[in-house]
Design a protein around this ligand. Structure first.
Ligand code: NAD
Ligand code: FES
Length: 277
């Protein structure tokens, strides 16, 4: 059992839980994730390890409450316990050891960018972060990223930082030159836009993919994606891939597959279930 030691609301539908998981906190690397089940028989949810404190034995999980299961997890309180957490899973991030990196985080994806920026900073890489949200209250991890280098904040409505998408600010950083690698995590349209933006600059671009996952061990095939014309399993071959090689259309299509089931599960959880038995 993994006790929740701290809980913090980061944005209107994003919650941070600091959870006891000493073994994972000790060995996890940036870019890796866990799969958790809140209770016996619950859905398995993949979540990036946004931070870890090996001394306290805790890992930070950042959860966007979008479906029935994620809403149930964020309803848990400090001292409640999560039934099981498997991990760390996936390949660690391919980190450069010197030079300058641009980290682009869109919405809740900024929580995934944070451990990457932290690891780059620890190796002496100069980090510039461009992070964005719909409005001020949707911007997360700004304070933490500020400790690691320059941060440019963008909001869709201009209520905080610059008005516009993260790609607008990222374009200016790339035009100024000197960027060796770009790491981008966020909604699929954002990662696709960043990959399209960096291609003419010839800058290596790493994206973290979030297809539907079930087992997280390469057995079920649920997380398959197309990278460079080859089928890859995001859980064991990724979750990070070369953004210039990813088939984003297929990823977006596959993410829609269970939308109807999710809407139904949400409706049932709200007591509006109309399924005939
Ligand atoms: P959002 O839709 O509010 O967008 C966040 C920011 O991303 C925007 O403010 C904007 O700056 C940028 N953005 C969005 N669309 C863009 C576009 N077409 N071009 C350029 N920039 C764009 O984000 P959200 O609601 O926090 O994120 C939700 C999505 O992120 C979900 O679909 C979720 O599955 C995905 N997600 C992905 C990962 C991952 O590992 N890739 C992790 C967590 C969540
Ligand atoms: Fe089952 Fe990746 S989640 S193969």
């Amino acid at each position: 059992m993994h006790t929740i030691l701290a809980k913090k609301q980061l944005s209107p539908n994003v919650t941070r839980l600091d959870v006891l998981a000493p073994r994972i906190a000790e060995i996890k690397k940036p870019g890796q994730f866990v799969i958790l089940r809140a209770r016996e028989g619950d859905e398995r949810i993949p979540l990036t390890i946004a931070d870890a404190d090996p001394t306290q034995g805790t890992i930070a999980l950042v959860i966007q409450a979008v479906g029935k299961s994620t809403r149930e997890i964020v309803a848990m309180e400090v001292c409640d316990a999560i039934r099981d957490i498997s991990g760390p899973l996936g390949h660690p991030t391919e980190l450069i050891s010197s030079g300058r990196a641009l980290c682009v985080g869109g919405g809740v994806g900024t929580a995934v960018v944070h451990p990457i920026a932290k690891a780059l900073h620890a190796q002496g890489v100069q980090v510039t972060s461009v992070i964005g949200g719909r409005a001020k209250e949707w911007v997360i991890f700004e304070e933490e990223l500020n400790r690691l280098g320059e941060v440019i904040v963008c909001t869709d409505d201009g209520s905080h930082g610059r008005k516009g998408f993260v790609t607008d600010a990222a374009k200016e950083v790339l035009e100024a030159g000197g960027i060796d690698v770009v790491y981008a995590v966020g909604p699929v349209p954002m990662m696709r836009a960043v990959a399209n933006l960096t291609r003419p600059f010839g800058v290596h671009t790493i994206v973290s993919l979030n297809p539907v996952m079930v087992d997280g061990t390469g057995m079920c095939g649920g997380c398959r994606v197309d990278v460079g014309g080859e089928t890859k399993f995001a859980c064991v071959d990724g979750p990070e891939f070369d953004g210039h090689q990813v088939d984003f259309d297929l990823l977006a299509d596959r993410l829609q597959t269970y939308r109807e089931f999710e809407q139904r599960a949400n409706a049932c959880a709200d007591g509006q279930c109309r399924i005939r038995r």
